[in-house]
Design a protein around this ligand. Sequence first.
Ligand SMILES: Cc1cc2nc3c(=O)[nH]c(=O)nc-3n(C[C@H](O)[C@H](O)[C@H](O)COP(=O)(O)O)c2cc1C
Length: 398
Amino acid sequence: MRGKHVILGVTGGIAAYKSAELVRRLTERGAEVQVVMTAAAREFITATTFQALSGRTVRESLWDPAAEGAMGHIELARWADLVLVAPASADFLARLTHGRADDLLATLCLATAAPIVLAPAMNQQMWQNAATQANVAMLKSRGVRLLGPASGDQACGEVGPGRMLEAVEIADLVEPMLAVPGPLTGKRVLITAGPTRECIDPVRFISNRSSGKMGYAVAQAMRAAGAEVVLVSGPVSLCAPTGVQRISVESAAQMFEVVQQQLPGTDVFVATAAVADYRPLEIAPVKIKKRNEQLTVEMTRTTDILASVAARTDRPFVVGFAAETNNVEQHALEKLLRKNLDMIAANEVSTCKAFDCEDNALLVLSRGGARVELPQAPKRELATALVALIADRLKSKV
Ligand SMILES: Cc1cc2nc3c(=O)[nH]c(=O)nc-3n(C[C@H](O)[C@H](O)[C@H](O)COP(=O)(O)O)c2cc1C
């Protein structure tokens, strides 16, 4: 949404408090947000809140001499890439249906060529009223998009349809309407991230230091490049990047299962997860007691997820990660060839580098000999650079 212009219309409903968060959710995705409030909206929330959050003076009136000297409402109508009204009151739906232009927001909706999107919010009886439903049907037939409403507990104490969607849900739905196609638009990317946990008994497991930060950064960068992203994640304390479908798993075996299920239709597979190479041969059914001086846990190999994907005849473009403590380039090159990968991103994980850090450095080797060094940088920046390299390779394969 970077650089996109959104007019956020706020009308007079209780859900106006959610619009403040909506400004944040839109601006954090890069949109420029101009808030336009109706007179009734000002009874529920102040312009000061929106001004502080959007960084722009809130527009409230058609009769603003400063703005209207240069026909401000027409200028604003042309400026918008999208007009989003959230909450949209029953009264506003009625006014929009009848083409009224009796305040700034309604006038803008008539004067704009941009798409209009409404997030209705009202008492469930008001929503189900035949007049409102007829207005909604008319607006839809004219191409106005409606988001929600959701059903559930209402501020008035009733239960039913009429709740405004949550801010993040609205932002998620609006984002693709404004998205500029990226280099990976139309591609499906499957990413593994984080550590795995291999159980010893019901309370203990073997794991590793992976934080998942690199994999999550790659997922975010892939999404920003336009890809549909599925992230298969081991246990981490990170939020799923917006617009990314996360599937949480614990063990290497579960990760393998989910990857196999998600592979069909995948164009790119990126294995950043630090998957356990070994798991206990048997999981004790009850907690192991502290009886002996020494305890031996017999381990067996886990299935190599990366190699299993790369070995398929219908394989996607396969990118592996190599976390090495020594001879980084040599080990990474061996892994690239041995596992038949298309690309490998190697990093050194000794002396507290890489694992659970904000920064990293990558050496990217490709089949065919290309070698690119991505020097020390925040993982987000490295992920963006890596995704650009992958997108280039995909383009040259077409
Ligand atoms: C306390 C209170 C809460 C209200 N909540 C809503 C609401 O959630 N949805 C709605 O459509 N109208 C609601 N109304 C009625 C609208 O504020 C009223 O119809 C107003 O004219 C809407 O004007 P506007 O669409 O120009 O903002 C509420 C009114 C009051 C007094």
